[in-house]
Write a protein that binds this ligand. Structure first.
Ligand SMILES: NC(=O)c1ccc[n+]([C@@H]2O[C@H](COP(=O)([O-])OP(=O)(O)OC[C@H]3O[C@@H](n4cnc5c(N)ncnc54)[C@H](OP(=O)(O)O)[C@@H]3O)[C@@H](O)[C@H]2O)c1
Length: 327
């Protein structure tokens, strides 16, 4: 049998590029991977998306393209976050169906769960409470993405063999991360901060909050491996562990770490030897955010990368990225 032609939407992004790495490493031919940059194909443009699917006719789609950003960007551009994400998903999923794609995997996010969801957060917590207001428009779009996948499978599964699934990653880090000084997630932000403190021989680094909140982090190549695993799961096995209207799958390490422990681990990775000061005048956010990934564990997948080793690889990627920026 010939290799499936796979379209990875968002292949320049952190997750999309890791999915490409994973598919290549598992023996998939580069010729059978389809990619388009944002400049080549704007996924909010329905006509362009239809034309792409009509001419390329992929067999499978990984939908890892999205407008993503931190709290500040989500608060400042809520219209763009909801509109662009709804359009990307609706265009890609409908075109996939129209042009005969049987298998599609949609990437969501843990922000789909209610702000006060019981910890660890189970898939069943979806639509049981009020969302975190800062990224509500983004989360609503992601929830719509899950429901698009479920609805297409429910309506067209039996008659057309459509099997569209979705995965919800916890916080990710690793190669391809965004190390922007003001607009990055906690791991890349602390890597930069400790790296610069070491270079400047700073005596202390201040970290926001008490250091007590606990968060979960997954190395992005583990996320890519989980995505390929879920895409390729036998349908009967997938169906046995999901419900038609509760089909999304959490992807996490199943362990969390306090911000203080994380900061110490990053300082050690970077080789920063000064003090770490926790600024308790700054807000902590939720005390704990952990996904319950037992559904995925029952489906035969576990994370491989330990935090220490993952941080060492992430720091290497930071150094490489900084080097490339400077040449
Ligand atoms: N990173 C995390 O910690 C994390 C955690 C949970 C879930 N996720 C989910 O994983 C998915 C991928 O995230 P990521 O971290 O890989 O984000 P990312 O690095 O920003 O990648 C997203 C990609 O989508 C592309 N894109 C955005 N709008 C587009 C459009 N209109 N047309 C075509 N391409 C477009 C971007 O291209 P440009 O950059 O050129 O615009 C970028 O290459 C998202 O759905 C996100 O919610 C990520």
């Amino acid at each position: 049998m010939s290799m499936p032609k796979i379209y990875i939407a968002g292949h320049h992004g952190m997750v999309g590029s890791a999915i490409v790495r994973r598919l290549l490493a598992s023996g998939h031919s580069a010729d059978a991977l389809l990619t388009r940059t944002h400049a080549e194909l704007d996924l909010t443009n329905q006509a362009a998306v239809n034309q792409f699917f009509e001419s390329e006719k992929p067999d499978q789609v990984y939908l890892a393209a999205a407008k993503v950003g931190g709290i500040h960007a989500n608060n400042t551009y809520p219209a763009e976050f909801i509109y662009e994400n709804l359009m990307i998903q609706a265009n890609v999923i409908e075109a996939a169906f129209q042009y005969g794609v049987k298998k599609l995997l949609f990437l969501g996010s843990s922000c789909i769960y209610p702000k006060l969801a019981e910890q660890p957060m189970r898939e069943e917590a979806l639509l049981t409470g009020t969302l975190e207001p800062t990224n509500e428009p983004y989360a609503v779009a992601k929830i719509a993405g899950i429901k698009l996948c479920e609805s297409y499978t429910r309506q067209y599964g039996d008659a057309h063999g459509v099997d569209y699934r979705s995965v919800m990653p916890t916080n990710l880090y690793g190669p391809g991360d965004n190390y922007h000084p003001e607009n990055s997630h906690v791991i890349p932000a602390l890597i930069r901060r400790f790296h610069e403190a070491k270079a400047n021989r700073a005596t202390h680094v201040a970290v926001w909050g008490t250091g007590r909140p606990k968060r979960e982090f997954l190395y992005v190549d583990d996320m890519a491996a989980a995505s390929v695993h879920v895409m390729n799961l036998d349908k009967a096995r997938y169906d046995a562990h999901t419900l038609p209207m509760l089909s999304h799958i959490n992807v996490g390490r199943g362990e969390d770490v306090s911000i203080a422990e994380l900061a110490r681990a990053i300082a050690q990775t970077v080789g920063y030897v000064g003090d770490i000061v926790f600024d308790s005048t700054k807000p902590d956010g939720a005390p704990r955010k952990l996904m319950d990934s037992s559904r995925l564990h029952r489906l035969g997948w576990q994370a491989q990368m330990g935090l220490k080793q993952g941080l060492a690889l992430a720091y290497k990627d930071f150094l490489f990225t900084e080097h490339m920026r400077s040449v």
